[in-house]
Design a protein around this ligand. Structure first.
Ligand code: UDP
Length: 325
């Protein structure tokens, strides 16, 4: 009889991780989550604790003994643990550099001992500041000065991609690298400034909706449900091994339009849309992107990726989540 796989999810108590764990459990897999709860939360996984196939360990990916012990036991690893958010890095880059580079190296090194299949979560941040639309996996990129911490996250995730590819080439470790572009859904907090949960909470509390800059900057938002389904498919797609693959939506919307949409969908027309100058919104040295659009032709070919949750439906689900809280 075919044995169900045992899967390790690092960062499994986070927003993306907790949704991924749900999907894996639903597929009958046994899941071990390791999370240091720095930005992840027990609340995100509370409802999974009654499932006997689910195991949670509070710990750090920097703990080599723990990682060695856990990785020995599993068939697959989703490596999602990271210091998240560009703004978390400002002023204290060391923790991000160590976690996002050294932590990933520890996980890769342990995986390589048994050639355990691993999916590394990367970020659209690695695309840098080029106005290269849509951004392809192989495109060149430009980063800001080494004295500006704003670029630490982009560099670190870029090093993770290099590390993943090097382990694939030199150690024959089966690695899948996925660049995530603006994923949204329930459980994402606005704490780190993310725009959709922030707008939803502002509209629901009938407060002003804070658009930064002129609001003409654009993003593409991908629904968490589409994203986790794609992650599970990418994990087993032979043609994704040794590759970096973009994962996101290519439906582009300005932040102005987004604010209006959220306002309309909450039914709260009394919320005012206000404009906050970048200087007030962000600490010194922060640079925003004008546009960010992934080229998703590769993932369409690799796993026949067809996102099924549109932006409105996705926002409605987030509104429902915050309404019930
Ligand atoms: N943003 C905004 N108001 C907010 C939070 C964010 O106008 O309260 C803008 C932000 O300046 C950026 C966009 O929304 O242009 C997306 O921001 P987010 O932090 O969600 O993602 P990222 O910038 O990393 O793509």
């Amino acid at each position: 009889m075919k044995r169900n796989k045992t899967v390790l999810v690092t960062g499994g108590a986070g927003f993306i991780g907790s949704h991924l764990v749900e999907e894996l459990l639903q597929k009958g897999q046994k899941v071990i989550v390791v999370d240091n709860l720095s930005t992840g939360s027990l609340k995100n996984i509370e409802h999974l604790k009654k499932n006997k196939e689910f195991h949670f360990i509070k710990g750090s990916i920097l703990d080599e003994n723990l990682m060695e012990d856990l990785i020995k036991k599993v068939d697959q690893i989703y490596h999602l643990a990271a210091v998240v958010g560009v703004r978390m890095v400002l002023g204290k880059p060391l923790n991000s550099l160590l976690t996002n580079i050294k932590g990933t190296e520890i996980v890769l090194k342990e995986a390589a001992k048994r050639k355990t299949k691993i999916l590394l979560a990367s970020s659209s941040e690695v695309c840098g500041k080029d106005d290269n639309i849509p951004f392809g996996e192989e495109d060149d990129r430009t980063y800001g000065s080494v004295y500006n911490d704003r670029w630490v996250y982009a560099f670190a995730k870029g090093v993770d991609e290099f590390l993943g590819l090097a382990y694939w080439r030199e150690k024959k470790l089966p690695v899948v690298i996925v660049r995530l572009f603006n994923v949204i859904g329930p459980r994402q907090t606005g704490r780190y400034g993310m725009v959709v949960p922030t707008f939803v909470k502002q509209a629901l509390s009938k407060g002003p909706i804070t658009v930064f800059g002129d609001g003409k900057q654009t993003r593409c938002f991908a629904d968490i449900q589409d994203v986790v389904i794609a992650l599970v498919k990418l994990m087993v797609a032979k043609n994704a091994e040794g590759h970096v693959t973009n994962l996101g939506s290519d439906y582009e919307i300005s932040i102005n339009q987004l604010a209006k949409k959220v306002k309309g969908l909450t039914g709260n027309y009394s919320s005012e849309i206000i404009y906050v100058p970048y200087k007030k919104a962000y600490p010194d040295g922060y640079e925003d992107f004008r546009r960010r659009v992934p080229n998703i032709s590769k993932i369409k070919k690799t796993i026949n990726y067809r996102p099924s949750v549109g932006l409105e439906e996705s926002i409605k689900r987030i509104i429902k989540y915050y309404d019930n809280k």
